[in-house]
Design a protein around this ligand. Structure first.
Ligand code: PMV
Length: 360
C-alpha cells in the first residue's frame, strides 16, 4: 500500500456529536527503531512486545461546527487537568493527518487522556497516547465512511499513530508487532505496524517486563533530536544493516523459544542503540550510573543462577527486565533484594506482554 490509499473516498453524513473511548498499550522494542526519514518513515525495521498494564486511556468528545476551520480545534486534558503543553504536539499531529481525515476540520474536539503509569515515571506515553487517539479518530472515520473496508481499520489506526510518534505504529496490535519494510517479513511496511507474521513459541506469549525506574525526570535529549542525529552518523549504515540482520536472526529464535539467543540479541540491540547516541555529533549519554549497576547485577545473577533474564533499554535511563513467566517469583525476589536500590524512590512497574488496544 502507498500513502494515497489512506485518503478516504466520498464522505457520508457527518455525525453531530459523540464520545469515543480507547485504551492503547505502551510497547518495548526488541529490535530498535532509531533514525527516520521525512514523513515519520523508519530507516530500519523494528519489532516490539506490546505491553499489557502500561497504557493510555483516551476519551474523545467531538462536536460538529457550522463553518469548517482551517485546522481542527481541540482542547486537551491530562488526568482531568488542562494540558496546554501538549497542544503543539497534538496540533502537529492533526496537521499531518488532516489529508487522510479531511473531516477533522469540521469538528471541535475535547481530548481527555490518562496514563495507567505514573505521569512522571520517565516512561514515554507518546506511543500509547498517539495510538489511543488514532483509534478514537478511526471510530469517527468509520461513522462517516461506513463502507470503508474493515481490514483497513487497524492498519490505518497504526498509520495515523505513526504520524504522531513513530513507535506508536506498534501500539495497536497485541503480542509481537513488526514495523518497517523488510524483504523477509511478508506484509511489512514502513507505513504501519503489523502483527508479527511468524510462529512464536508460547514462552514469549506471556513474557514478563519489570520496568525499573532509574530516572523519572525529563530526558535530556528528545527522541526527535536523537533520530535526527542518525543522519550523517558515521555508523548509520552498519547500524541499519545490523537491525535488519537481527530481525532475521530473531525469527528462528522466537519460533524455537531459544532463550540464550534471545538474550544476546536483545541486549546487543539495547547497547547498540545507546552506542549510536554516544557516537553521534553531538554525542550524549542517556544511561545513568544506576542503569550500569543494574546491567552488571543482571549479568552476575544470570551467571550464578542461569535464570534467563535479560535487559533492554529505551531512549532513557530506565531498564526493562525481560523474562519468562515461569521465572516470575525468582526474578521479582532478585529485583527487590538487589535492584530497587538503584531505582528513583525505589519505584518500578510490573508488566507483561499484552493483547493490544481495547475499546473501553
Ligand atoms: O517513537 P519515538 O520517535 O519516540 O522513538 C522511539 C525509539 C526507541 O524507543 C528508542 C526505540 C523503539 O523502537 O521504540
Amino acid at each position: 500500500m502507498i500513502e494515497k490509499d489512506f485518503i478516504p473516498g466520498v464522505a457520508g453524513t457527518l455525525p453531530e456529536t459523540g464520545t469515543i473511548r480507547w485504551q492503547a498499550p505502551s510497547n518495548i522494542a526488541l529490535v530498535k527503531y532509531w533514525g527516520k526519514r521525512p514523513g515519520q518513515l523508519p530507516t530500519n525495521p523494528s519489532v516490539s512486545f506490546t505491553l499489557d498494564t502500561s497504557a493510555t486511556r483516551t476519551i474523545l468528545k467531538y462536536r460538529r461546527i457550522s463553518t469548517p476551520s482551517k485546522a481542527p480545534e481541540f482542547r486537551i486534558y491530562l488526568d482531568g487537568v488542562a494540558a496546554p503543553h501538549f497542544s503543539d504536539k497534538i496540533g502537529t499531529f492533526f496537521e499531518r493527518i488532516s489529508v487522510y481525515q479531511p473531516f477533522l476540520s469540521s469538528y471541535e474536539f475535547e481530548i481527555r487522556t490518562e496514563n495507567t503509569f505514573p505521569h512522571s515515571s520517565g516512561i514515554a506515553s507518546s506511543a500509547s497516547g498517539m495510538a489511543a487517539l488514532s483509534l478514537c479518530l478511526m471510530d469517527l472515520e468509520r461513522a462517516i465512511y461506513p463502507d470503508a473496508k474493515s481490514d483497513m481499520y487497524l492498519k490505518k489506526a497504526s498509520f495515523l499513530a505513526r504520524l504522531g510518534s513513530g513507535s506508536a505504529a506498534r501500539s495497536i496490535a497485541g503480542g509481537l508487532v513488526e514495523w518497517g519494510e523488510h524483504a523477509s517479513v511478508p506484509g511489512s511496511s514502513d507505513l504501519y505496524g503489523i502483527a508479527y507474521p511468524f510462529e512464536v513459541h508460547p514462552v514469549f506469549r506471556s513474557y514478563q517486563d519489570t520496568i525499573l525506574l532509574v530516572d523519572k525526570g525529563e530526558k535530556q535529549v528528545s527522541s526527535t533530536v536523537g533520530h535526527a542525529l542518525m543522519q550523517g552518523h558515521p555508523f548509520a549504515h552498519s547500524r541499519f544493516d545490523q537491525a535488519r540482520q537481527h530481525l532475521d536472526e530473531l525469527q528462528p529464535v522466537l519460533k524455537e523459544g531459544d532463550l540464550p539467543a534471545f538474550i544476546s540479541l536483545v541486549e546487543s540491540e539495547a547497547l547498540s542503540l545507546h552506542a549510536m547516541m554516544m557516537s553521534s555529533n553531538p554525542y550524549f549519554i542517556l544511561m545513568k550510573p544506576g542503569t550500569l549497576e543494574i546491567i552488571n547485577r543482571i549479568w552476575e545473577y544470570r551467571r550464578e543462577t542461569r535464570t534467563p533474564v535479560c535487559f533492554t533499554l529505551d531512549a532513557g535511563a530506565n531498564v526493562h527486565l525481560l523474562y519468562p513467566a515461569e521465572n516470575k517469583e525468582a526474578v521479582r525476589a532478585f529485583v527487590k533484594e538487589e535492584l530497587l536500590v538503584f531505582c528513583q524512590d525505589g519505584q518500578y512497574l510490573q508488566d507483561q506482554v499484552g493483547p493490544g488496544a481495547l475499546r473501553i
